[in-house]
Design a protein around this ligand. Structure first.
Ligand SMILES: NC(=O)c1ccc[n+]([C@@H]2O[C@H](COP(=O)([O-])OP(=O)(O)OC[C@H]3O[C@@H](n4cnc5c(N)ncnc54)[C@H](OP(=O)(O)O)[C@@H]3O)[C@@H](O)[C@H]2O)c1
Length: 216
């Protein structure tokens, strides 16, 4: 499988690239800087350098030529409104349109559990972030493409356990980035999982079994 990851320089994006490469997939992606491209090349990922915020869907589309699935794993993580708007908002819409223009059949979005910040007395930037994330999920879910939206709980940097809870609705908790990447890789390898929003948190079901249980 040929996978293009927007956000391949990020923590989850990088782990996903590694997981897919280990499975024998071909991984391509978009990064902002040449040093990121060179670091990824050493791991077998072919990245192109470009600023998503300044790029049109028409400019992005040729990079997706021959790809089987576009994965969007970039985002501001609740940072400044401008970045959230340009990347988590318009960036996703642009990537979705580029995917359509390039005749790529599948689009996977790494989103967030909408209630992740509940009770946290969020600042204005974070409130905006959660609102944008939800609206973009709506846009992707209305696409005729073969889409998939994965909403993980709070991401943590501990070793993956290989066991998760995955389904249309999950309580908000935590999940290791390694397990998010492994789950996303397994989902990408299961073509019967399509046009679904799946929420993800740490749990007790092995990843492959959890993915299989969500085939509709
Ligand atoms: N944090 C959480 O608890 C949480 C929970 C659920 C879901 N998520 C979602 O998971 C996603 C990935 O998380 P992560 O931990 O892997 O994030 P990360 O390590 O911060 O990676 C973010 C990626 O987005 C790119 N990016 C950020 N701002 C950008 C901009 N202005 N223009 C272009 N690219 C930009 C980064 O590029 P550079 O490397 O060039 O900066 C990087 O590739 C988040 O974006 C969020 O939507 C997060």
């Amino acid at each position: 499988m040929r996978v293009f990851i927007i956000g391949v320089s990020g923590a989850v994006g990088g782990l996903l690239a590694r997981n897919l490469t280990d499975r024998g997939d071909e991984v391509l992606g978009l990064v902002r800087r040449a040093d990121q491209r060179d670091r990824l090349a050493a791991r077998g990922t072919v990245a192109q350098v470009g600023e998503l915020a300044d790029m049109s869907a028409e400019a992005l589309a040729p990079m997706l030529s021959g790809v089987h699935v576009t994965v969007f794993a970039a985002g501001s993580n609740g940072g400044a409104k401008k970045d959230t708007s340009e990347i988590d908002g318009e960036g996703v819409v642009k990537a979705l349109e580029a995917t359509r223009l390039a005749d790529v059949p599948r689009f996977a979005l790494l989103s967030v559990l909408p209630e992740a910040g509940r009770g946290d007395d969020l600042d204005e930037d974070k409130e905006f972030y959660f609102a944008v994330k939800k609206l973009v999920d709506v846009t992707v879910s209305e696409s005729y493409l073969d889409w998939l939206i994965l909403r993980p709980a709070m991401l943590v940097d501990r070793a993956g356990t290989g066991t998760i809870a995955l389904g249309p609705a999950q309580p908000h908790d935590e999940i290791s980035r390694e397990d998010v990447a492994a789950t996303l890789a397994a989902l990408l390898h299961e073509p019967l999982i399509r046009r679904q929003i799946l929420e993800l948190t740490q749990g007790s079901t092995p990843i492959e079994a959890a993915v299989h249980a969500n085939i509709r």
